[in-house]
Structure formats: C-alpha cells, structure tokens
Design a protein around this ligand. Structure first.
Ligand code: SF4
Length: 82
C-alpha cells in the first residue's frame, strides 16, 4: 500500500535492512535516521494503525509501538470510565 507521505521518507536513501534490526544497537541506528525524517509522525501512525509488527517505523521499535498502543488503549479506557 503506497501513501503520499512515503515519497518523502528519509529511509528511501538507506538500505531497507537498516530498518529491520536484530538488536538494540540496530534500533538506535535506524532511529537516528528517523529522528530527522519529516514524515516521522505519518510513518509512526501508519505503523500503529496497521498494526505493523516488524521493523522500525517513525523511529519506534516493535516494543515501543506496543507500549504506545497499550498507553493509548489505557487512556481511552480511563476516559470512558469518567
Ligand atoms: S520515520 Fe519512517 S519514513 Fe522516516 S526514515 Fe524512519 S522509517 Fe523511514
């Protein structure tokens, strides 16, 4: 699925493998590229919305994205309970 923001993705200039790291050092390396990417927000939201499990998206690892999803769910539940 191609979305217009992907045309401005900074990672297009890097080897794809960089964004599918096997350890924390690799995540840090990929996140440094993402840190100055102008479509970082769109990228992260795309990964969250589509429940993409693998790779670094929007500067976040799989684990970080799971935490974001959990925090958002808890926030929604808290709002519903008010
Ligand atoms: S934020 Fe997303 S689009 Fe930008 S470099 Fe990182 S993985 Fe690529």
């Amino acid at each position: 699925m191609h979305e217009s923001w992907m045309d401005e993705a900074r990672c297009r200039s890097f080897p794809p493998d960089l964004f599918f790291p096997h350890n924390g050092t690799g995540v840090v390396a990929a996140s440094k590229v993402c840190a100055v990417c102008k479509v970082r927000t769109e990228c992260l939201e795309h990964a969250l919305k589509n429940r993409i499990a693998d790779g670094v998206w929007g500067g976040c690892s799989e684990r970080q994205r799971r935490r974001i999803i959990k925090a958002r769910r808890e926030e929604q539940e808290a709002q519903l309970a008010e």
